[in-house]
Design a protein around this ligand. Structure first.
Ligand code: SF4
Length: 254
């Protein structure tokens, strides 16, 4: 198996997602390289090429609001069914400067063509210092937000955030956002978040954030950093049990 190929269009899939069922993807990032505020060691797309919170130098590579709207309408007007319409793709979707306006257009199209579908995001939780991003996220039906680590030190190693992103801000913003699903990836190998002290710290942050639930999983395919290993399902179940007991929050293993 190899790294996942970048999404080549604005609309991709639908893919059969373990967590979302049949999910149609919307990629708001460039189609020829990954633009992300993180450079996660386990990223299935490989290393981040444009590593920033500020997409100002990349605007010509991003789709416009109308391009997103037209591409989605082209797909939806054939009345194909999906369970979710999900912002994801080649980096962090909420970095798009028109993210709030795009969310509004996507919801209008969902209401017109597929009212039973939910509009969701898979986000790395890094852009929530911007009030307009929080406002846009609150308009979505489902917010699946990343928190892999319990300490700032490991966060810097695993997520490799762009400048100005702090672990403390991520945790506080997730707590403030409310009604979120936290997603956490566990990895073994040279760099791991499975040691007991780290799991306890992570569980403590889950208790503080109080998400609706937490979804944990491990690697499905090769990652950017090669010296990582998939975490066994039994270990994931133990992590889930420990964190659920410590936090009172439901933890699902995928
Ligand atoms: S946040 Fe997502 S897209 Fe960005 S580097 Fe991490 S795994 Fe890859």
């Amino acid at each position: 198996m190899s790294l996942l190929e970048l999404q080549k269009k604005i609309i991709y899939g639908p893919i059969n997602s373990r967590r979302l069922g049949k999910s149609l993807g919307i990629n708001l990032m460039p189609t020829t390289y990954k633009l992300c505020s993180f450079n996660c060691i386990y990223c299935q797309y490989g290393w981040t090429k444009a590593h920033t919170l500020d997409v100002g130098d990349h605007l010509s590579d991003l789709p416009t609001k109308d391009e997103v709207k037209n591409a989605l309408e082209d797909w939806l007007k054939d009345k194909k069914r999906v369970d979710y319409i999900t912002f994801s793709g080649n980096g962090e979707p909420s970095l798009h400067p028109e993210f709030d306006k795009i969310v509004i257009e996507v919801k209008k199209l969902r209401d017109k063509y597929l009212p039973q579908a939910k509009v969701a995001i898979l986000s790395n939780s890094s852009s929530l210092n911007l009030p307009e991003v929080k406002k846009a996220l609150r308009k979505l039906d489902v917010r699946i937000m990343k928190l892999d680590c319990g300490t700032s030190e490991l966060f810097r190693k695993m997520s490799q955030p762009a400048p100005k992103i702090t672990y403390q801000d991520v945790v506080e913003n997730l707590r403030d956002l409310k009604s979120v699903i936290v997603q956490s990836v566990f990895v073994g190998g040279d760099i791991t978040n499975t040691v007991i002290d780290e799991v306890e710290e992570w569980a403590e942050k889950i208790r503080y954030i109080l998400p609706e639930k937490v979804q944990i999983y491990s690697l499905d395919r090769p990652s950017a950093y090669k010296n990582l290993a998939k975490v066994d399902h039994k270990i994931l179940s133990k992590i889930a049990e420990l964190a659920q007991n410590a936090s009172g929050v439901k933890i699902e293993v995928f």
